[in-house]
Design a protein around this ligand. Structure first.
Ligand code: ADP
Length: 927
C-alpha cells in the first residue's frame, strides 16, 4: 500500500506541495544518522503558508544544493555514532519579546518555515504583534456578571455583548452544541472539532520525508482530529496493526506487553504506572507520603484530602477543626463528573469510593469569576528526570460570578471551572478569534499573567511556584515509575508523556494542584484552542523526536535489538552492562571526558532535545535544580526517594550505581566558563510564559457545517419503516440504541437552547433510574426538591445528560451486528433513515416499536437477559418519549394500547391500520 503510494508519487507530475529541501523537515542530525528526527511545524496546516513554504523552499533548494539530499527513503543505513551536528537553537524560547524590552534575539521556532537561525533584531515599538492584550483594569474589557447569572453585566459591556451576539448566531447555526475541549465524547468530538482532514492535506503529506521513510503512527482508544491532521500533513501514515508503528498514541495506560516489545526507534506517549500521578487518590497519597517524609512545608501543594469510606474518621476530626466546605470527587473520574460540594461530611454518601478535599474558598477570580489553569507538562525521561512546561496554557473561567455563600454550593457553573460543564451554560462565551486571548470564559495563561502583572501581582513568583509544584508532584511519584520503566521499557527513549496539570490559584497567589490528567484533551472548540493545541502538538513531537529512519535502518535495528533482547530481559544499566560501562576513549570533547557510553548518550540526547524544544521550557534540570531539589534525591543514585530508607539503602540504591541526575546537571551547568551552558534561567523562563504565543500563520479553524437534513426524505423513510414495524419487523438492539442516542442528542440540544423546568425534571428522573455511573449529585437526586430554576441548573442537567450519552454510545458499539437477521429491519435501509431522521421521526419509530413489542431494550445493558415490559408510550412531540412510560416500572404490566395512544396516529395517517392485536405484549423479552 505504502509503496504503491510512493510509486504513484513518482509517476504523476509533482503538484504544488513539493518540499524539495527535505532537510527542512529533519533535524538533530543528517538523514540516516542515529540522531536524526522529524520536524513538525504548524504553518503547514495553513494552506496559504503551505504554498509559500513550498515555494520558498524550492528557491532555497536551488540556492543551497549542498543541503539537498537524494531520496531519503534510499538512505544508506548508518548506525555508527555520529558527533552531533552543531544545532542552532530553534526555540522561540527564552527570548522575551515583551514591549519595551532591550534589543531582542528571536529564535526562529519550529513553527516558522525557514532554517533555524539566531537572528538579531532591532526593537520595534509594539514589536510583538501577537500580543493582543487589552487593559483589563478598565471595565470595558472585563467579564462581569450580576449575582447568580451574568447576563445583565454582559449587556452593559460592549465587548461581551458582541461576543454574546456571535454566540447567539452560532447557536442559530447549530454551532452552540459544540462541546468541550476536555470532552472525549463521540458527540462532543464530532461537533466541536474543526473540519480537519482533507484530501489536500493527505496529498501534501505524500511529499514529505516522513512519507518516503514510511513513518507510521497508530492510535489506540483516542481520536483527535487535530493530531491526525498534524500527522497526515507531515507525511506520517496511520496503521492499525499490532506492532508496526513508529509512534503509538493512546488515550489509556499502556499495556505492559506492548511496552516490553518496543524497538529503540519506537515512541509511545505514556510511561508505565503513570496512574501514580494521574489518579486523584494515588497522587494525593504519594504527596501525603512526601509530606511525612520531607516535611509539610516542602510539600504543601495539594488541599488536604481523605479517601472515603476508609478515612471517614480522619475526615470527621479534620472537619471539627476546619468546618468545611468539602469538595467530593470520584477517585478515578475527570471532566467534573460526579463532583459536588458539601458543608459537612454527613452529606457525603458512604457507598462509593471518593476523594474528599478541603474546598479552597478564596480562589483567584477574574472580574469576580473563579478560574483555574490547565498547563501542559512534558516528561521525556524519569531517570534522569527531564521535565518541560509548555509556555502557553489555558485558563478556564466559571460562567457564574463567584459567591462564597453556602446557599450557592450546589451551583457547578460557579464553583467548578471545567469547560465541559460551563459550555452548557447559556452565558458561556467563546472567543471567536485566535488573537483574542483574554475574551470570554477561556483565556490563555500568558494573557492571565499579563493581566495580573498590570494589577501589580508578582507573576514571577507565581510561575516559579507553579514550576515548583509540578516538579514536587513528579518527584513524589517518580520512584515507582522509574522501577516500572526499568522492568518494562526496553530503551530509555521509548516513552514520553504529556500531562495536563490542573492548578487552582488562591487569592494570595498560592497555586494548588488539583489533579494531573493522563492524555489531556487535544480536542478544540475555538480558534484560540486550535492555536494553542496545534503549537503544543507540533512542538511536542519535534522535541520528543520521532527518529527519521528509513525502513532498512529500522529493520536492521530490529534484528540487532532482537538479538540483544534475547540475551537480556531487562533494560541495561550502565553499571551492570559491560559495553555501557566502558569509559569513553574519546577525550576530545571536554564534556564527554570520563563519561560512560550511556552517560554520553544521555547528555547528547538532552542537549539535542533542548535545541528542539520549541515552546517548551525546561524546568528540570535548571541551573539551581540541585540546590532546590538535591535533598529529595538519593545521594548516590539521584533517584527521587519517596519511601523511607531501610538501613540507608533503597531498592534502587542496591541495583543502580549511576547518578544520571547529578551527571546531567553538572555537565549542562558546569562551572567551567569554557563550557556552553543552557540558558533556561529563571528570568528567561518567566518572560517566556508571559509572552503571547507567536505563530507565523493563522491555523484554520473551520466550524463544522451541520448539513441540514432533508425533512421530506426523513418523513418518507419514516412511513416505510413504521409500516415494516407494524407488519412485524423489529429493530435490532443496535438499531434501537442508535435511534435512542440520536434522540437523546436532540433532547440535549433542545435543553441547551430552550431550557425548561419540566424537561430537566424528567431528565434527572431518567438519570436517577437509568444513569448507571452517571448519577446526579445527592442534592439533585430527588427532582421534586429542586426549587431553584436557573441557567446554571440547566447547564448541570445538560452536562449530566451529555456524560450519560457518551457512555451510552460507547456501550452501543458492543451491539454492532455484522449481518442482517431474519425478521429484523435491514441495516442499509435503517442507516439511510438515520441520516435523514429528525427528532420527531426518531420519536415516532421508537414509540411504535415500543408499543408493538411492549419493551424498551435500548434502556438496558442486558445482552441475553430479560428486559422488563413497558406500558405503551402516549403520543406527543418533545415529551422525552412521554417520560418513558413512568420510567418503566418493572412491576407495571403493559396496558392495552389504543390506536389513539400511538404517536404514529397523529403523525402518520398511513399507519392507522396498525391493529391492537399487532401488539405482541410480552411480559419479558430476550435479546
Ligand atoms: P476533574 O478531574 O473532574 O475536572 P478537578 O479536580 O480538576 O476534577 O476539579 C474540577 C473543578 O473543581 C476545578 O476546575 C476547580 O475549579 C474545582 N475544584 C476542585 N478541587 C477544588 C478545591 N479543593 N477547592 C476549590 N475548587 C476546587
Amino acid at each position: 500500500m505504502l509503496s504503491s503510494l510512493c510509486e504513484a508519487h513518482t509517476t504523476t507530475a509533482p503538484k504544488i506541495y513539493e518540499y524539495k529541501n527535505q532537510n527542512e523537515w529533519i533535524t538533530s542530525g543528517k538523514l540516516g544518522s542515529r540522531d536524526a528526527v522529524l520536524v513538525f511545524r504548524t504553518n503547514i496546516l495553513n494552506p496559504k503558508t503551505r504554498k509559500t513554504l513550498s515555494e520558498t523552499q524550492s528557491v532555497k533548494t536551488t540556492d543551497s544544493e549542498s543541503h539537498k539530499t537524494s531520496d531519503p527513503a534510499a538512505t544508506v543505513v548508518n548506525c555508527q555514532d555520529e558527533t552531533p551536528l552543531a544545532i542552532a537553537p530553534q526555540s522561540s524560547g527564552s527570548n522575551a519579546t515583551l514591549k519595551g524590552s532591550a534589543p531582542r534575539k528571536i529564535y526562529v521556532s519550529v513553527r516558522n518555515p525557514l532554517n533555524c537561525k539566531l537572528i538579531e533584531e532591532p526593537v520595534k515599538q509594539n514589536a510583538n504583534k501577537k500580543i493582543h492584550h487589552h487593559d483589563l483594569s478598565s471595565s470595558d474589557t472585563s467579564i462581569s456578571s450580576d449575582g447568580d447569572e451574568s447576563s445583565q453585566n454582559n449587556e452593559n459591556n460592549p465587548r461581551l455583548r458582541q461576543k454574546k451576539m456571535e454566540l447567539d448566531l452560532n447557536k442559530e447555526s447549530g454551532y452552540s452544541s459544540s462541546m468541550g475541549d476536555e470532552g472525549n465524547s463521540i458527540l462532543n468530538r464530532s461537533e466541536e472539532d474543526p473540519e480537519i482532514s482533507s484530501e489536500e492535506d493527505n496529498e501534501c503529506g505524500t511529499h514529505m520525508p516522513a512519507h518516503k521513510l514510511k513513518i507510521t503512527y497508530k492510535f489506540i482508544q483516542t481520536e483527535t482530529k487535530l493530531l491526525r491532521k498534524i500527522f497526515n500533513v507531515h507525511g506520517l501514515t496511520e496503521v492499525q496493526g499490532e506492532t508496526n508503528f513508529n509512534l503509538l498514541w493512546t488515550g489509556v495506560h499502556m499495556k505492559l506487553d506492548t511496552l516490553r516489545h518496543l524497538s529503540p526507534y519506537q515512541r509511545v506517549n505514556h510511561f508505565p504506572r503513570s496512574y501514580e500521578l494521574t489518579r486523584k487518590d494515588r497522587l494525593y497519597k504519594n504527596i501525603e507520603r512526601m509530606q511525612h517524609l520531607r516535611g509539610m512545608r516542602h510539600f504543601d501543594i495539594v488541599p488536604q484530602s481523605f479517601i472515603l469510606p476508609l478515612e471517614y474518621r480522619d475526615l470527621l476530626i479534620a472537619h471539627n477543626k476546619y468546618r468545611g466546605p468539602w469538595i467530593v470527587k470520584p477517585a478515578a473520574s475527570s471532566r467534573g463528573r460526579g463532583i459536588f460540594i458539601v458543608n459537612s461530611p454527613d452529606q457525603i454518601p458512604q457507598d462509593e469510593q471518593v476523594l474528599v478535599s478541603k474546598y479552597i474558598v478564596d480562589p483567584l477570580c477574574i472580574d469576580g469569576h473563579k478560574c483555574d489553569l490547565r498547563v501542559y507538562v512534558l516528561v521525556t525521561s524519569f531517570d534522569p528526570l527531564i521535565v518541560y512546561l509548555y509556555e502557553e496554557g489555558i485558563v478556564r473561567l466559571a460562567t457564574v460570578r463567584y459567591d462564597r455563600d453556602a446557599d450557592n454550593l450546589w451551583n457547578p457553573c460557579m464553583h467548578l471551572c471545567n469547560y465541559s460543564i460551563n459550555k452548557y451554560h447559556s452565558d458561556y462565551i467563546r472567543s471567536s478569534d485566535a488573537q483574542d486571548e483574554d475574551v470570554g470564559h477561556k483565556w490563555t495563561l500568558s494573557a492571565l499573567l499579563r493581566h495580573l502583572k498590570l494589577q501589580g501581582c508578582d507573576t514571577h513568583l507565581l510561575m516559579l511556584n507553579i514550576e515548583d509544584l509540578i516538579i514536587k508532584a513528579i518527584l513524589a511519584c517518580a520512584q515507582t515509575i522509574i522501577s516500572a520503566c526499568r522492568m518494562f521499557v526496553p530503551s530509555s527513549n521509548n516513552c514520553f508523556e504529556l500531562y495536563g496539570f490542573d492548578i487552582l490559584i488562591d487569592n494570595a497567589l498560592k497555586p494548588w494542584l488539583l489533579e494531573v490528567n493522563l492524555s489531556p484533551s487535544m480536542g478544540v472548540d475555538s480558534p484560540l484552542d486550535t492555536k494553542v493545541k496545534a503549537c503544543l502538538i507540533a512542538d511536542l513531537l519535534t522535541c520528543v523526536g520521532i527518529p527519521a529512519y528509513s525502513p532498512e535502518m529500522r529493520s536492521h535495528l530490529d534484528s540487532k535489538w532482537t538479538r540483544f533482547r534475547s540475551t537480556s530481559c531487562q533494560r541495561r544499566t550502565d553499571s551492570t552492562d559491560s559495553t555501557a560501562s566502558k569509559k569513553s576513549k574519546k577525550k576530545g570533547a571536554n564534556s564527554f571526558a570520563n563519561l560512560t557510553m550511556e552517560e554520553q548518550r544521555i547528555l547528547r540526547n538532552a542537549r539535542l532535545q533542548y535545541s528542539r524544544r520549541g515552546g517548551f521550557v525546561r524546568i528540570f534540570p535548571t541551573d539551581d535544580t540541585m540546590q532546590r531539589y538535591g535533598n529529595f534525591l538519593d545521594s548516590s543514585n539521584g533517584i527521587p526517594i519517596s519511601t523511607p530508607n531501610v538501613q540507608g539503602q533503597t531498592f534502587q540504591t542496591l541495583v543502580m550505581q549511576h547518578n544520571y541526575n547529578q551527571m546531567l546537571h553538572s555537565n549542562l551547568y558546569c562551572q567551567d566558563p569554557r563550557c556552553t551552558k543552557e540558558d533556561n534561567f529563571q528570568e528567561n523562563r518567566v518572560q517566556q510564559y508571559e509572552r503571547a504565543l507567536e505563530t507565523d500563520a493563522e491555523i484554520p479553524f473551520v466550524k463544522k457545517v451541520i448539513v441540514p437534513k432533508c425533512e421530506e426524505e426523513g418523513r418518507k423513510l419514516r412511513k416505510q419503516l413504521l409500516i415494516k414495524i407494524s407488519n412485524g419487523s423489529e429493530l435490532t438492539q443496535f438499531q434501537a440504541r442508535q435511534t435512542f442516542s440520536l434522540y437523546l442528542e436532540s433532547v440535549l440540544r433542545r435543553l441547551t437552547q430552550e431550557p425548561k423546568d419540566s424537561h430537566e425534571k424528567i431528565i434527572l428522573k431518567f438519570l436517577n433510574k437509568f444513569g448507571g455511573a452517571v448519577k446526579p449529585p445527592v442534592l439533585f437526586r430527588n427532582a421534586q426538591t429542586i426549587k431553584v430554576i436557573s441557567k446554571a441548573r440547566s447547564a448541570m442537567v445538560a452536562k449530566l445528560l451529555g456524560d450519560f450519552l457518551e457512555l451510552y454510545k460507547r456501550d452501543t458499539e458492543a451491539y454492532v451486528d455484522s449481518f442482517d437477521h431474519f425478521g429484523m429491519i435491514p441495516s442499509s435501509s435503517y442507516n439511510e433513515f438515520l441520516i435523514h431522521a429528525q427528532e420527531s421521526d426518531l420519536e415516532a419509530v421508537l414509540t411504535l416499536h415500543t408499543n408493538v413489542t411492549g419493551i424498551m431494550p435500548f434502556l438496558y445493558n442486558r445482552c441475553g437477559l430479560s428486559v422488563p415490559p413497558t406500558p405503551p408510550i402516549p403520543c406527543g412531540l418533545h415529551g422525552f418519549l412521554r417520560a418513558l412510560p413512568a420510567m418503566v416500572s418493572s412491576s407495571g404490566m403493559p396496558r392495552e394500547i389504543s390506536k389513539y395512544d400511538g404517536y404514529f396516529k397523529n403523525y402518520d395517517k398511513d399507519c392507522e391500520n396498525v391493529q391492537d392485536n399487532s401488539i405482541r405484549s410480552k411480559s419479558t423479552r430476550r435479546f
